[in-house]
Structures are given as C-alpha cells and as structure tokens.
Design a binder for this molecule. Structure first.
Ligand code: ADP
Length: 487
C-alpha cells in the first residue's frame, strides 16, 4: 500500500496541510535514510528530536511530513500531517504500508523482565519441530522460516517489525513469536499489530534507568495486555505478584500458569539436575534438557501457549522433550577435568539470583561455585551493589569484572558492585577489570567437579567500550582456557 491517505488509515489526524492522494515510496524516521518521494515521521527520541530534522528530510526528498507540531514555515508541494504521538502514528502507518502483515499470521508477544528470549526461541523451535513455518523476532536473532537476520534491539522499530512480518507472509509463515520489551511498548512500537496472544513471564527490578518507577514499568507492561483484542489470549504467571495485575483490564481471554498457586496450567518439579528437569505438567510427566526452577516456568508457559494455539497436549509434551537450550541461556559444557562451565545472560539482580540458586540447588557441598560477573556502564546503577551482594552471598568465590562499560570507567562500576558485598564475604571476592583475565583466573582457580558461572553477556559476541564493540565471546573464552589448562 503506497498512497499516503491509505497509509494514514486509522491514524488520528489533528491537522492536514496539503494533499494525501500522493504516492509514497518508503516511510522513515531517520532523516539520513530519506530519499525522493518518501514520508518522514518526526519522532521524539531520548537523545534526538526528529522535529529538528524536518528540513533535512525535505531536502533529501521527503514529500510528506508526519509530526507532533507543524513547523512555522511550510514548504510548497510537501504534505504536513499533525498527530498526537508520532511513534504510534509511525507504527500504524508501517502496518498499513506493509498491508497489515500481522493479520496474516498468528503472532504471539512475550513480555516480562526475564525469560522473553528463552520462551520465544523455544516456541519457535517447538512449532518448527511440529512441522510449521515459523518466525521469530528476538534479541538474539530474527528468523523468517529458516532464514536468519541479525537482531539489534529487543523490540525493533515498528517499520522493521512490519517489514519482517511482511517477509514472513511472503514466506508462508503461520506462527510468529516476538519479544515485546517495555521500551518497545512505551514507544508504541507494537501499535497496529494484531496479536493472537500475549504472555507475561515475571517482573523485577530492571530498566529503572528508562522507566522512572517500578509502578511505571509495571503499567507499561500491563498496557500491552490492555491492548489485546477480545479474540486474543492473555497468559500470565500466577506465581508472580504482578501476574494478576497484568490481566486486570484486558478484554482478551485470561489464563494463568503456576507452579505454586492455583492456575489454569499447573506444573510440578519432580527432579532438577544438571542433565535437565523432570516435570509433571497437567498430570503428565515430561523430561526436558532445560535446567533450573525458572526454566520450569518457561517450559510451562511454552506448554500453555502451544495449547492455546491449538496443538494437542500429547504432541506438545513430546516436542518439549526435544527442545535444545538457547544460546547463552544456561549454556554449559563439562571439561575433561570435570569442571562445569556455564555461560548465562543473567544481567539483572533477579536473574543472577535465579541462576545462582539453580546451580546451588544442584551442586553438592564439595563442588565450589566460582562466579565471574560485572555490570554494564551507562545503565541502571542501583542494581550494581545488589548484584555484588547476591553474587558474593551465593557463590564460593566471585571475580568482579567488566561487562560493556560503555562510556563509564570500568573501575568505578566495579567499585559500585563491591559496595554490596558484606564484610564476611570480602575474602571470597576479587576484582579483575579485564574480562578475559577474569575468566582465565576462574579457570585456574577451579578444581575437578567445580562449577564456573560466567554471567551477564550470554550470547553476546562483543564487549562495548566507549561506543566501540570489540570481539568477545564468554563461551569461547572459557572453553579455550579450560582446554589450555588440560595440556
Ligand atoms: P529476556 O529475553 O527476557 O532478557 P532471557 O530468556 O534472555 O530473558 O533470560 C535472561 C536471563 O534470565 C537468563 O539467562 C536466565 O538467567 C534468567 N531467566 C530466564 N528465564 C527466566 C524466568 N522465567 N524467570 C527468571 N529468570 C529467568
């Protein structure tokens, strides 16, 4: 669809100056990308304001400007549209432009602090193994059937989302699983999308650098469920204290899953070991390679979602037993020296606690746990001492190190982390700024049957310092050092 007036269908227009019966080539919110006959949507970002770039966009060839405030002087031959909220307008326009691609597939959005990547990726795997053509929009990658694209944000911008959904339509994709971040919801990126269902994982302290209060963060997540249609399902974690809040005002069909409390979908952990979890789901036993309590929640959410999407119970249980773990999410191997190395993306206090408790619930007293962890720069600083506290309380030894320091001094970040360590745990901790050295030291300290946890970066293959990304891969690094030590 490329006539401006059609692209504006369902967008709330405050003012229109100029004709809307014009043909638009593409929609952009980055003025540098604008070419002849494109539409430019001026979006107010956290750093830049698109309204300052309207002139640039017109010089580059924009023939339609969508903005929240009309410029004082208007250029002849350009159509100006004033809207309340450009981000929302952009999302609806993007959907119209790509012929409402979410209408042609079953799209499920997964939101919450932790578990989004795991759940969406495993749902992709499960439906693929069931024989369907599937799409995935996750932090780690974007998949259109079997074709992989690089992901840059948890929830990409709305034009990108719709572009991929359109590619999925063209490829005959039936189901798409998408991570929906709180930033994404807040910036209206999921507006105009038709969701078949929404899944809530859990809510904890994260992104408080972006959202001012926990209540605001919660309400942003909740607004995703408020926006679902009556035909959609809203599936929430009944054991999370915010789980029911998410469902409060939604008109979608409400369902819950839980391990502890009453819920529509129930599971129980029968066995929890390094080799996997044995669960009882809705009365049937199922074994999965995924490890740890939190993965029991993830598996249950996957089970419930698959059931709500119409798969047979027996089939789902069979598919769950075939699931492979997700890259950088409790990814592990055991060296010849019997040292277990685990790489996990846990970069929030809650996720770190979960991973450490999971390991502690499985390891024996004779097996030491050596944790390597850091905190990112230019992000929520309040979580630093919390992570220092948790890591030192729940590990035998801890090495604090760098994790994407960005524009901050890594030493300062580490000092913030150290503030959370209780005096009785001082002797357990050690700080090594260089992440590679920190991992090497952990490998040198480890003895047979010990466990090394490298937390924070998971699947990431870089270290971000001062706007530059250097190659770095936790999994490869620990693998190499453990091999070297064997020689
Ligand atoms: P997200 O995409 O929401 O950040 P991930 O699936 O990438 O979540 O998991 C991030 C980290 O959080 C994992 O590495 C794991 O340590 C932890 N985690 C995963 N699922 C859960 C869950 N359901 N509850 C708590 N922690 C979880």
């Amino acid at each position: 669809m490329n006539i401006l007036k059609d692209i504006l269908y369902k967008v709330n227009l405050n003012a229109v100056v100029g004709g809307t019966n014009v043909t638009i080539n593409a929609i952009h919110f980055d003025s540098r990308k604008v070419e002849e006959n494109d539409a430019f949507v001026a979006v107010r970002g956290t750093v830049f304001d698109g309204h300052d770039y309207i002139d640039v966009a017109i010089k580059q060839g924009a023939i339609a400007i969508i903005c929240e405030a009309l410029p004082t002087s208007l250029v002849d031959g350009v159509t100006y549209i004033e809207v309340d909220y450009s981000n929302k307008a952009l999302a609806i326009m993007a959907s119209n432009y790509y012929d409402s691609p979410s209408d042609n597939l079953k799209l499920v959005g997964v939101t919450g602090t932790n578990g989004k990547t795991t759940i969406t990726t495993l749902l992709y795997q499960l439906f693929k193994n069931a024989g369907y053509k599937v799409g995935l929009l996750s932090t780690v990658k974007i998949l259109v059937g079997d074709t992989e694209y690089k992901a840059t944000h948890t929830t990409p911008d709305s034009v990108t989302i719709n572009k991929y959904l359109k590619l999925m339509n063209d490829a005959g994709v039936e189901y798409c699983f998408m991570e929906v971040s709180s930033h994404g919801i807040h910036q209206g990126r999921a507006e105009g999308l038709r969701f078949e269902g929404g899944v809530f994982t859990n809510l904890s302290h994260d992104h408080l650098d972006y959202h001012k209060t926990f209540a605001e963060y919660r309400d942003v997540k909740k607004s995703f469920f408020d926006g679902l249609s009556p035909k959609a399902f809203a599936l929430s974690n009944g054991d999370d204290k915010n789980g029911l809040v998410m469902l409060q005002n939604t008109v979608a069909k409400k369902y819950t899953y839980a391990l502890k409390g009453y819920a529509d979908y129930k599971a129980q952990i029968l066995e929890n070991e390094f080799s996997g979890l044995l669960l009882s789901i809705d009365g049937s036993e199922v074994w999965t390679r995924l490890i740890g309590n939190f993965n029991a929640y993830n598996v249950l959410a996957i089970y419930a979602t698959a059931e709500l999407l119409g798969l047979e119970k027996v089939e789902i249980l069979r598919l769950i037993s075939d699931l492979q773990s997700v890259s950088g999410r409790f990814q592990y191997f055991i060296s010849d020296e019997k040292i277990t190395a685990i790489v996990d993306y846990a970069h929030t206090p809650d996720a770190l606690k979960n991973v450490l408790e999971t390991i502690n619930s499985i390891r024996t007293k004779n097996e030491s746990l050596i944790t390597v962890v850091g905190c990112g720069g230019d992000r929520d600083k309040t979580k630093r001492p919390k992570m220092g506290h948790i890591a030192s309380e729940l590990s035998t030894k801890v090495i604090f190190t760098s994790d994407n320091p960005r524009s901050e001094k890594p030493e300062t970040i580490i000092e913030d982390i150290e503030k959370g360590v209780e005096p009785q745990n001082f002797k357990k901790t050690l700080s090594i700024v260089d992440r590679k050295q920190a991992i090497k030291t952990a490998c040198q300290l480890a003895e047979a049957n010990d466990i090394i946890l490298i937390a924070g970066k998971g699947h990431e293959t870089y270290q971000e310092v001062n706007g530059q990304r250097f190659d770095f891969d936790d999994y490869k690094t620990v693998e190499e050092f453990l091999k070297q030590l064997q020689k």
